[in-house]
Design a protein around this ligand. Structure first.
Ligand SMILES: NC(=O)C1=CN([C@@H]2O[C@H](COP(=O)(O)OP(=O)(O)OC[C@H]3O[C@@H](n4cnc5c(N)ncnc54)[C@H](OP(=O)(O)O)[C@@H]3O)[C@@H](O)[C@H]2O)C=CC1
Ligand SMILES: O=C(O)[C@@H]1CCC=N1
Length: 271
């Protein structure tokens, strides 16, 4: 069985850890690293997996999944470079960081696959996009695809599209949580108890998400089916358009993609 080490078991690293175990991977086949001993204890107690140092992970694992913040990548790669074994596959989950950065800093020929996942991995509903670095083979891509398919959906994209993917599905869950939060507040404004408002909105979000996924209908058709002539929905839609919500989403997602590209540029040799 392939041994996977997750380097940096924070929010997305833990989501992957939990998702892999939930999908049936044996705790003995999953390792993680973390900076603080207390976090190591917590994760070990919760998941029954072993916390190790980064150099030990490099010695033991077939796949090293890098899940630290882009700002923490340089010291981690410095620590890994002398200990990464030939044949190890490095999988990057970090926003913005190109595979060329890893290839420059790790031993020549290291196979790297860049992945942009999202936190619904925790419930087996991740959306992950994967791209091969220049030394990653079809087998490497297939291995990463298989690993991520156990915790959600996977698509293959050219690496040049990863900043856009990061802005859409990487950050995407946050936009939906933000909308839900605002809609719950609208219920409060209308005088509903917070618990009732929360139940109404979350179940509406779940129902709408399932219709989007399972009906095969375009979102416009689904929205039109809710929008009765002279009714309540069109009164709300007019306000959303008046307040530029569509334009705000375009601008917000464009800003996220630009930030992803900027995070990558910060690690270019001349930067
Ligand atoms: N959160 C998300 O929804 C998504 C995040 N990502 C990407 O995943 C990466 C991690 O993000 P996220 O999980 O949110 O961040 P977190 O800060 O929650 O997780 C990163 C973890 O790595 C630890 N860490 C840092 N350096 C080391 C090291 N050298 N060795 C071991 N552990 C280390 C951090 O410790 P400490 O707390 O001490 O800093 C932290 O616990 C980022 O690159 C991000 O772009 C990708 C898709 C979605
Ligand atoms: O906000 C971030 O930078 C990370 C990457 C995608 C989602 N969270």
């Amino acid at each position: 069985m392939t041994t996977i080490a997750i380097l940096g078991a924070g929010k997305i690293g833990e989501a992957l850890l939990a998702g892999l175990l939930k999908a049936g991977r044996r705790p003995a086949d999953v390792l993680f690293t973390e900076r603080y001993p207390q976090r190591v204890v917590e994760l070990t107690e919760q998941y029954g997996v072993r916390g190790v140092e980064n150099d030990e992970a490099a010695a033991l694992a077939d796949v090293l999944v890098v899940a630290v913040k882009p700002q923490d990548i340089e010291p981690l790669l410095d620590a890994l470079a002398p200990v990464v074994r030939p044949g190890t596959l490095v999988v990057s989950l970090a926003a913005g960081l190109p595979t060329s950065l890893y290839e420059r800093r790790l031993p020549a020929g290291t196979a790297v696959v860049r992945v942009m996942p999202n936190t619904p991995m925790l419930v087996g509903e991740a959306m992950s996009a994967i791209s091969a670095g220049s030394h990653a083979t079809a087998e490497h891509l297939a291995l990463v695809e298989e690993m991520l398919a156990s915790v959600g959906k996977v698509v293959r994209v050219p690496e040049s599209q990863q900043d856009a993917v990061t802005a859409l599905s990487g950050s995407g869950p946050a936009y939906f949580f933000f909308l839900v939060e605002a809609m719950i507040d609208a219920g409060i404004l209308l005088g509903l108890p917070r618990g009732v408002s929360t139940d109404l909105i979350i179940q509406s979000a779940v129902g709408a998400a399932l219709m989007l996924r399972d009906s095969g209908d375009h979102p416009v058709l689904l929205r039109e089916a809710v929008t009765s002539p002279g009714g309540t929905t069109i009164a709300a839609i007019r306000e959303l358009e008046n307040h530029g919500v569509r334009a705000a989403l375009l601008a917000a997602i464009e800003a996220a993609a630009l930030r992803s590209a900027q995070l990558g540029r910060a690690h270019e040799p001349s930067a």
